[in-house]
Design a protein around this ligand. Sequence first.
Ligand code: F6P
Length: 357
Amino acid sequence: MIRVGFLTSGGDCQSLNATMRGVAKTLYQTYDDTEIYGILEGYKGLIYGNYRKMKPSDFSGILTEGGTIIGTSRQPFKKMREPDENGLDKVKAMKDNYKKWGLDCLVILGGNGTHKTANLLSEEGCNVVTLPKTIDNDIWGTDITFGFQSAVNIATNAIDCIHTTAASHGRVFIVEVMGHKVGWLTLHAGIAGGADIILIPEIPYDINSVVKALEKRNKQGKKFSILAVAEGAVSKEDAALSKKELKAKKREKLYPSISYQIGQEIQERTGQEVRITVPGHTQRGGGPGPYDRVISSRLGSAAARLIIEGKFGYMVGFRNGEIVPVPLNDVAGKLKIVNPESSIIKEAKGLGICFGD
Ligand code: F6P
């Protein structure tokens, strides 16, 4: 007999259900009496004791279904040690519920913030196995996170659709891609969609370089241009500001997002018509693509294997085509960013893509 709690936390993605299915199927195959508690709405459910006993049938037919069947929420790690509005000690409450429910293990699916709390729970004595979820692909210790590839498909499709209308009208188009801190999604969708300019947080841009690249295209007789801009793209001037100064500047809210600022600057400097498209949360929506279904099934099954072997305190990662357990305290608090010197950037530059540097 084994009793495991499943929990999905943070922003959702297309492949959470597929991953849980992978864990559940492998556990059901192994133990006749597997009990799975679906902890509702992320850490909130663990804190306030909300769960639902899952049945094997709950995990049927969900391989292709986006979202999460047990709900999710954002519970910032930095507030975990603070009591809630009624004075409840959240960490103690989570540990108490873990014990009260008689769980053998928690399976936690989430991104960076989620991993910090998962590590905390592990350090506090709970058995924890985690799975790397995020469309941002920014979790340290794994080459790929599930959700990323499906989001790349959607963002690329947005750029593809923009191509035809941009060409018809001879306009400059900016497609704003998700990713506040890292540019993996923008980089991959930008290359896949044939963007002319890609701006990511890791490479602060100079608007003069962007304008130069657009003028070069005009001289070559190219009537339209497409920019893939990460929502966290930052200019060289802003990158030089302190965190405090940058926050204060953002509070002024002169533009709805960075793309609108860049768009206005381009229009003023080049006289070209600029349009902005923000696919936003569509990038997290819908069902997973085939790549994510495979990755999720593999990661999920491997997570169950760790539980069966009694190995806790690990994230199930994916490196060089192989599934690897990565110690949770190695993962927590780190970010996997795009290295501006990496070969993918060099290759993209080789294709003539401008990064605004
Ligand atoms: O989960 C990652 C992510 O989609 C980021 O790319 C994006 O910046 C953020 O979440 C949006 O968060 P929310 O859904 O809370 O608006």
